[in-house]
Ligand binder design. Structure first.
Ligand code: FES
Length: 310
């Protein structure tokens, strides 16, 4: 985690929709948690010892709790399964202070678009708009069915909210996006939804269009092969199996590598590589940096061995 760790207790945990788990995390010493702004996320140290980022959907009125909704992803990297299956109310966890890559900009008008679990940061913006009595906004929430939907009680009854049940996530946004205006647009959801909104807003000023993509980089793929890492400082040769990441293999041998997102986006796990063929899978390094650095949470080797300067 990049920021200070905060110890919290799970004060509420329940499955609120299909594979969607609501968590209330409360400070262990009854202190007020750092203020969270709309669109903020925290890193959570899961029982599986992974760091995972989850949006803060809501904060309690007394400021002592953050509320999250975590989707259990059977095909994921294990963090969400660990949160869903290996936690219970009363357990303590470490989280980071709130961070933001999806900042909410105050404006006269807002269009909020959520697909599936993408509702979590969008819900924090919705709550903010309601609390601050903004009336000029619209929230469109695409979800498969009622049993896949969260915050129904909070959203239903608000005339600015439209919930659309659709198995394939289809919705015709063109009427809303055809004519550019000064409206801020926020979209969070699967890649297909983000790509569609990007396509439809190409003629809008970029300062008005805001995205958050929850789809993690694929650190492990079905056709991956094992490779070895040689550590320059010790000479140790470590095998990274086809089913694990480089950062896990190094940690299992006692090497300390910083991390935050563990999905190839933040750059915290950057290490220098001295030789070997690197398969960079990150979204953070530029071409120059890739010549001698790699991000150990997602990068692999397409050759036999990588030499790391650690
Ligand atoms: S931990 Fe964020 S890029 Fe690796």
């Amino acid at each position: 985690m990049k920021t200070n760790k905060i110890k919290v207790k799970i004060t509420t945990k329940r499955e609120v929709a299909n594979q969607l788990f609501f968590f209330e995390l409360t400070s262990v010493d009854a202190s007020v948690l750092p203020q969270a702004n709309p669109g903020d996320y925290i890193a959570v140290e899961t029982p599986s010892k992974d760091n995972r980022h989850y949006s803060i959907a809501s904060t309690s009125n007394d400021g002592k709790s953050y509320c999250l909704v975590i989707k259990r992803e059977p095909e994921g990297r294990g963090g969400s399964i660990s949160m869903a299956d290996n936690t219970k109310e009363g357990d303590e966890l470490y989280i980071s202070e709130p961070e933001n890559e999806f900042s909410f900009v105050e404006g006269d008008e807002h269009l909020l678009i959520a697909g599936g679990i993408g509702i979590t940061p969008i819900f924090s913006m919705f709550e903010h708009l309601v609390k601050t009595k903004h009336e000029k906004f619209k929230l469109i929430y695409l979800t498969k069915s009622e049993s896949d939907t969260v915050f129904l009680n909070n959203l239903m009854g608000n005339d600015n909210v439209s919930i659309h049940y659709s198995k394939d996530g289809r919705y015709d946004f063109w009427d809303l996006l055809m004519t550019p205006s000064e409206k801020h647009i926020y979209c969070c959801g699967p890649k297909s939804l983000i790509a569609e909104i990007k396509d439809m807003t190409g003629h809008w000023p970029t300062r008005l269009i805001h995205f958050e993509d929850f789809t993690p980089v694929e650190a492990i793929r079905a056709d991956d092969k094992a490779f070895t890492v040689r550590v320059k400082s010790t000479g140790e040769v470590i095998t990274v199996s086809e089913k694990e990441t480089m950062i896990h293999a190094l940690r299992n041998k006692g090497y300390k590598i910083n991390s935050s997102c563990e999905s190839g986006t933040c750059g915290s796990c950057k290490v220098t590589h001295l030789s070997g063929v690197v398969d960079h899978r990150d979204l953070a390094l530029d071409d120059d940096e890739k010549k001698n650095s790699l991000l150990a949470c997602v990068s692999r080797s397409t050759g036999d061995e990588i030499l790391l300067d650690i």
